[in-house]
Ligand binder design. Structure first.
Ligand code: UD1
Ligand code: CA
Length: 460
């Protein structure tokens, strides 16, 4: 049986007070709508019909370079006349014998298991609704049941009477239907309600009147069905999601200083006995080995970190591959293309970019190492700079195994320093240095004896 998914995302999102369409606001580093599209993709639907209206061009632009540009059937709802009207725009291209699953682009944490359950139930009954029992039903559609506990209708808060408002079971908005039945019910919708809209929720009463049993999946997880209408809800759902992920990690063998001070925006793989101090942020895909220690305030973006590494406080690492037993920071910035071989050390206030730091090599303080290849056991003194850029082109610095670079050296690339060569402190190295040599390139020291310091001129 084929399933067509309809994702509603045409609403204005007025309460976000934003120039960005609401569904493009990120939760855990990913737009809310992408969460929904990724989740429904797991159902392998026949089609994903995305109903957009307000700022639909921005949404299209956002997905232009992704698989969703072609995977999604873009449906325009020019006027936002309600959730029922939005679904009406999508159904003409759906086969009568298909199943239809309706979701909202602003309910990002919906789980595939419950979607699958809804579809299965609706394939027997004709319709099924995902509901939630909540102590805070304010603003949401209430589920009306008869004395046999069967669902008979959904009443929006604005249309509800005092008794109905006391009901704690709410409509998540997520429903599944047999397409042919949905199409018939949609034709009967009208706008005779408090908001003057075509409510999708009215189809429930139509179904019940026809003797159709309304299928139901109940969830107790309010985050799963939490819709986002303003930024406070987004912030709160974000934190709740993050704490949940932190707790899962802690349960799987990672030591976490504080589950409320960890942010994972993407995919994270961690080995055993790894420790995360407070305020660590992961973005993109990160892989950490066993017994890794991450200090406080560290940002890791698309990194691979081997066993026994120690990343000290306040370091920022992006697209970096680090082998085992390395140490980085505090206050280090490792930019894309940095690779640390076994046992390498990067100290404080060091910036690297497109640089390989060989096994056991050390760049301990205050240096910039860019477009560079360092062999094994190289020692780079404090204040060393690779001058990789002439204002137009970038050039490479190569330091072979065992090189010792004295403090405050400028390495003007392209330049190669041979195996076990030594560079005197304060040198400006502009040409290659042969193996074993000592290169010194600085003004020679002159001592002037008998030098008299100036004396203060005093007024007469
Ligand atoms: C809707 C439900 C309510 C449910 C709540 C759950 C209806 C009538 N009410 O109310 O029972 O408890 O969701 O969050 O269905 N949209 C369109 N086009 C439109 C109108 C809305 O695409 O013309 C989209 C919005 O972008 C949003 C979703 O549909 O993603 C829900 O719309 P919203 O206005 O937030 O519905 P609620 O009033 O919250
Ligand atoms: Ca809403």
């Amino acid at each position: 049986m084929q399933t067509d998914v309809v994702v509603l995302a045409a609403g204005k999102g007025t309460r976000m007070y934003s120039d960005l369409p609401k569904v493009l606001h990120a939760l855990a580093g990913k737009p809310m709508l992408t969460h929904v599209l990724d989740t429904v993709s797991a159902l392998e639907p026949h089609n994903i019909h995305l109903v957009t209206g307000f700022q639909s061009e921005l949404i299209k632009q956002h997905y232009a370079k992704t698989n969703y540009a072609r995977r999604v059937h873009w449906v325009e709802q020019t006027e936002q006349l309600g959730t029922g009207h939005a679904v009406m725009q999508a159904v003409p291209t759906i086969n009568d014998d298909a199943m239809v699953l309706v979701l909202y682009g602003d309910v990002p944490l919906i789980k595939v298991e419950n979607l699958q359950k809804l579809i299965n139930i609706a394939s027997h009954t004709g319709v099924a609704v995902l509901t939630l029992d909540t102590p805070t039903p304010g603003g949401l559609g209430r589920i009306i049941r008869n004395n046999r506990q069967q669902i008979v209708a959904i009443v929006e808060e604005k249309d509800a009477d005092d008794e109905q408002r006391k009901i704690r079971e709410i409509n998540s908005g997520i429903m599944a239907f047999k397409a042919n039945m949905l199409k018939q019910w949609l034709q009967k919708l009208n706008t005779n309600n408090a908001q003057g809209e075509y409510y999708l929720t009215d189809v429930i009463a139509f179904a019940h009147a026809e003797g159709v049993i309304i299928g139901n999946v109940q969830t107790s997880d309010c985050d799963e069905v939490q819709g986002i209408n303003d930024r406070l809800q987004l912030t709160e759902l974000e934190r709740s999601y993050q704490i949940r992920r932190a707790r899962e990690l802690a349960k799987s063998g990672v030591t976490i200083a504080d589950t409320a001070r960890l942010d994972i925006r993407g995919e994270l793989h961690i080995g055993r006995d790894t420790t995360l101090d407070v305020n660590v942020i992961f973005e993109g895909t990160n892989r950490l080995g066993n017994r890794v220690r991450i200090g406080p305030n560290v940002v890791l973006i698309n990194c691979e970190i081997g066993d026994n590494c120690h990343i000290l406080a306040n370091s920022h690492l992006e697209s970096v591959v680090i082998e085992e037993n390395c140490s980085v920071g505090p206050f280090a910035r490792l930019r894309p293309g940095t690779a640390l071989k076994k046992g390498a050390k990067i100290g404080n206030f060091v910036e690297t970019k497109k640089a390989t730091i060989g096994a056991g090599s050390k760049v301990s303080h205050l240096s910039y190492v860019g477009d560079a290849e360092l062999g094994a056991d190289v020692n780079v003194g404090a204040g060393t700079i690779t001058c990789n850029y002439d204002g137009v082109n970038k050039f490479k610095t190569i330091l072979k195994d065992g090189v010792f670079v004295g403090s405050n050296t400028a390495l003007v690339a392209p330049v190669t320093v041979g195996t076990n060569a030594t560079i005197g402190a304060g040198s400006v190295i502009t040409s290659d240095v042969p193996d074993q040599d000592l290169a010194v390139a600085r003004g020679k020291q002159k001592n002037i004896s008998g030098w008299k310091r100036p004396v203060k001129i005093t007024a007469e």
